[in-house]
Design a protein around this ligand. Structure first.
Ligand SMILES: Cc1ncc(COP(=O)(O)O)c(C=O)c1O
Length: 471
């Protein structure tokens, strides 16, 4: 073997920072340094990451939800290695291979699990288009909805996040992702949780689809159960499609295969990605009815009218198939429900003992913890100082020490919000939750106290706040 990436990697690992700065996004590196997150990781396994100095980190971020099965799951590894060793005839393009059909069959099975019990509703999610990312799945959903309804406008919600391609930012609920990128699609933002606000728009009869994250990733907001049912009903009333973007909430994250399955609704289009890859090969999918699918592929000359070179990549298909099978074989949904409840119990005990937690929002293993101004004089002053430098900066006072002091990776849940988000791998166990809880207790006590360490970290954050952008 002439080229060996390991030799190159080992010989250049100490040049990481300068190479990254020179060739990649140096602003990101600046952010990581400001919040003390800049670490050279060298290994990942299960719920853990390891750095150059063999420090171990508990990963409650899961690559924004990619590592549902943890990192480098042995069964996914084995199957991918086997697939490479098979010399599969990948990406022939002018062929109709069985491999994507097998993954499509399995996806259709799981998206139709837990069928809606309400009368008058009927799921018809039977067709699949494969993509390479969440945003591409969303782009596909938007295109197919427009083609099927022959309408143009898309309704989305405040706080919404559906990816960062041009179509996807057209339905982004946060202006700063849109600014500077020119004219976008014909879309309208409405308030999450208000059916009336949606219906007002649908009356204009030009709306192709309403796109919703069943639980919003930014801030972890979930509406009342009735809301989803009413939303489905008004979409039907105005012949508008309902798109459930399950890129983050799908594949077990909330304790069912898909989050919409908790509400007894039947969306017209479902998007999926992230966890389907097991973190190995990018893969996504858009699932819809035959009628919607056929409105795009309406005749032979339109057979390639929507396609993507890497969409049905065999390695991606093997990763996806293995993930879905492992979720079943390892009873992952049960683990999400059991460990999720355990985590919620422990978090609630902490919330009841402190004055800085406003609310805990959780379904399965997606958790948002919202903070409020503390009561004690010093902690309150620090809160105000941080908030005046940048709204939402206080949450960094939680995420920062969880990482630097306790080696736990978490994230702030979005711009301008004092909310942190936990997305542990779905294989997480009670011992790992206990470790997190002890660390969280410690950090909460510090954040609500007059600790000088916290004050120094806070000052550093304020200094960096001018340039600092939360991710
Ligand atoms: C709900 C949702 N949709 C779409 C996307 C975009 O996915 P990707 O980053 O793979 O394009 C994300 C990513 O975080 C997401 O959470």
């Amino acid at each position: 073997m002439s080229f060996d990436f390991r030799e190159l990697l080992n010989s250049k690992i100490d040049k990481r920072e300068s190479l990254y700065n020179r060739y990649l996004n140096s602003q990101l590196l600046k952010v990581l340094k400001t919040i003390d997150f800049d670490v050279t990781y060298t290994k990942g396994y299960g719920c853990y990451l390891e750095d150059l100095n063999s420090n171990r980190y508990l990963d409650f971020l899961s690559g924004f939800g990619v590592f549902a099965l943890g990192r480098n799951h042995p069964v996914v590894k084995q199957n991918l290695i086997a697939a490479i060793n098979e010399d599969l005839p990948n990406l022939v393009q002018m062929e109709a291979s069985v491999m994507p059909a097998l993954l499509a069959e399995k996806l259709v099975e799981v998206v139709n699990a837990f069928p809606a019990k309400r009368s008058g509703t009927n799921s018809s999610l039977t067709k699949v288009f494969f993509t390479n990312s969440g945003a591409e799945s969303v782009e596909s959903a938007i295109k197919f909805a427009k083609a099927f309804t022959k309408k143009d406008r898309i309704i989305y919600f405040n706080h919404a996040f559906h990816g960062l391609t041009t179509g996807a930012i057209s339905v982004n609920g946060s202006n700063e992702f849109k600014t500077g990128f020119g004219k976008l699609l014909n879309t309208t933002m409405v308030e999450f949780g208000s059916v009336g606000a949606v219906e007002k728009e649908l009356r204009a009869a030009d709306v192709a689809a309403v796109i919703i994250e069943p639980i919003q990733g930014k801030g972890v907001f979930e509406a009342q159960l009735d809301y989803y049912i009413e939303l489905e009903e008004i979409c039907r009333k105005y012949s508008t499609l309902l798109i459930a973007d399950e890129v983050q909430t799908g594949l077990g994250r909330t304790g069912k295969w898909f989050c919409f399955q908790h509400y007894g609704i039947n969306p017209d289009i479902v998007t999926v990605s992230k966890a389907l890859s097991a973190g190995f090969i990018p893969v996504g999918a858009m699932i819809c009815s035959k009628e919607i699918f056929d409105s795009v592929y309406s005749k032979m000359e339109r057979a390639m009218v929507h396609s993507s070179t890497f969409g049905q990549n065999h390695l991606a298909m093997v990763a996806g198939l293995t993930v879905l099978n492992v979720i079943e074989e390892e009873n992952i949904l049960e683990n999400v429900n059991t460990v999720g409840s355990y985590l919620n119990e422990k978090l609630t005990i902490i919330k009841d003992k402190t004055d800085i937690i406003k609310e805990i929002r959780q379904r399965g293993l997606i958790v948002g913890i919202e903070f409020k101004e503390p009561k004690s004089f010093i902690a309150k002053s620090r809160f105000k100082l941080l908030e005046s430098a940048k709204k939402g900066l206080f949450s960094q006072l939680i995420v920062g020490p969880l990482f630097s002091k306790h080696k736990i990776l978490t994230q702030v849940a979005g711009e301008n919000m004092n909310i942190i988000k936990l997305l542990p791998p779905l294989i997480v166990n009670k011992e790992q939750v206990d470790y997190f809880i002890e660390a969280f207790k410690d950090v909460i006590e510090d954040a609500g106290s007059s600790s000088t360490l916290m004050f120094d970290f806070g000052k550093k954050l304020v200094k960096g706040a001018k340039e600092y952008r939360q991710i």
